[in-house]
Design a binder for this molecule. Sequence first.
Ligand SMILES: Cc1cc2nc3c(=O)[nH]c(=O)nc-3n(C[C@H](O)[C@H](O)[C@H](O)COP(=O)(O)OP(=O)(O)OC[C@H]3O[C@@H](n4cnc5c(N)ncnc54)[C@H](O)[C@@H]3O)c2cc1C
Length: 399
Amino acid sequence: MKKVKYLILGAGPSALSFAHRLLEHGEDSFLLLEKEKEGGGLCRSIEIDGSPLDIGGGHFLDIRKKEVLRLLFKFMPEEEWNLFDRISTIKVKNNEIDYPFESSIWQLPIEEQEEYLYSIARAGCNLGLPMPEKFKEWIYWKLGDKIAEDYMIPYNNKVQSIDLDRLGTYWLYKLPNVSFKETLSSCLNKKQCGTIPAHAQFLYPKKYGYGEVWRRMSENLDNRIITNTTINKIDFDELIVNDSFKGEIIINTIPWTEFKTRIGMPDQVIKLINDLEYSSIDVTYYDENEQTNAHWTYIPDERISHHRILYRHNFCSNSRGYWTETNSKRSVLLDLKWKYTNKYAYPLNTIAKPESISKILEWSKSKNVVGLGRWGEWEHMNSDVAVEKGIQLADKIYL
Ligand SMILES: Cc1cc2nc3c(=O)[nH]c(=O)nc-3n(C[C@H](O)[C@H](O)[C@H](O)COP(=O)(O)OP(=O)(O)OC[C@H]3O[C@@H](n4cnc5c(N)ncnc54)[C@H](O)[C@@H]3O)c2cc1C
């Protein structure tokens, strides 16, 4: 039996950041267990057609969190990254406009602008109606019928691929919040207006894929990480995993649904875990270049299976080609292109989720098992947030 103070399950960004922050605090009694052959989780890259490709989909590092950059630059210094101003577009019917939609209506033909503006003016939020609790109703309430039906509903039908009425609204602070006044002003002034979306400026490695920084972080842990080890059993009373590894505290960053055997977990907590939902995303590579200066494009058209295109040739030096992201439920079976399926891609923000995950986390914490990161907290977070959470958890213990 291998015994450590902190047994860390998974080696994605949240686990790696927690581990490195422990080292910064002088703590080295920990071990990471990872099922893949290397760390990095959804942020890993491989080489395809002579250049890196990010197998978890399009991955870009937001620059706003200085403490996150400080930690990551220790492994991949700032000069190894290119800084980009985000160019992302939405293809809607026969037009292509910038993201976010509400700030870019001014780029459409004037008759279309009139229709969108008229529709937003009659949206519930502008009529003083209360905010609904279901996502689909919220879309109509916030953006009006026309943006809802031309863009938000078809796009979300594709990316989420579940009944949108089953999703809540508690996570919508992540979406751009552009007021009607700002949309109007952007149309009159013919320029973007309103809040800046995430990744307005982002970093991407000059010579590598996004996975390189996490690969280096893993490598730096030497024998404190064990790869090719799938966790399927946990004993909550003894804090033992796979009958072989024991921690005084377990930090869980893998999906709670991955534990096939859970000793000491009450049936009601098992039921809450079984109710957690996720979606899977297929990443497919195409070797042609597209005529665009965008880094990526959103595709709401439901006749097309993928919902996003990432133009590798526009952010990855000396590369060609692009890749697409498609919800696995919509993936075309006979596609002969290179394809990678991310089984766990998005934790789904169902109406019941906040209560379920908070009860799971409360119970597990009482057993000294702490949930961390995208799957440990079952929250749709970007990698900069996962890193920040890893740092903060270690700081909470040691500061
Ligand atoms: C399509 C898509 C696009 C994204 N774009 C961006 C972006 O542009 N910018 C950004 O910052 N973030 C982006 N993200 C989010 C980013 O991928 C996550 O925030 C980040 O990977 C979360 O890190 P984590 O360590 O919490 O989880 P993960 O990266 O999922 O790591 C979990 C780890 O646990 C391991 N594991 C799972 N099951 C087991 C098991 N049974 N036994 C052992 N190990 C196991 C996995 O192999 C993995 O290494 C995107 C995500 C997706 C799906």
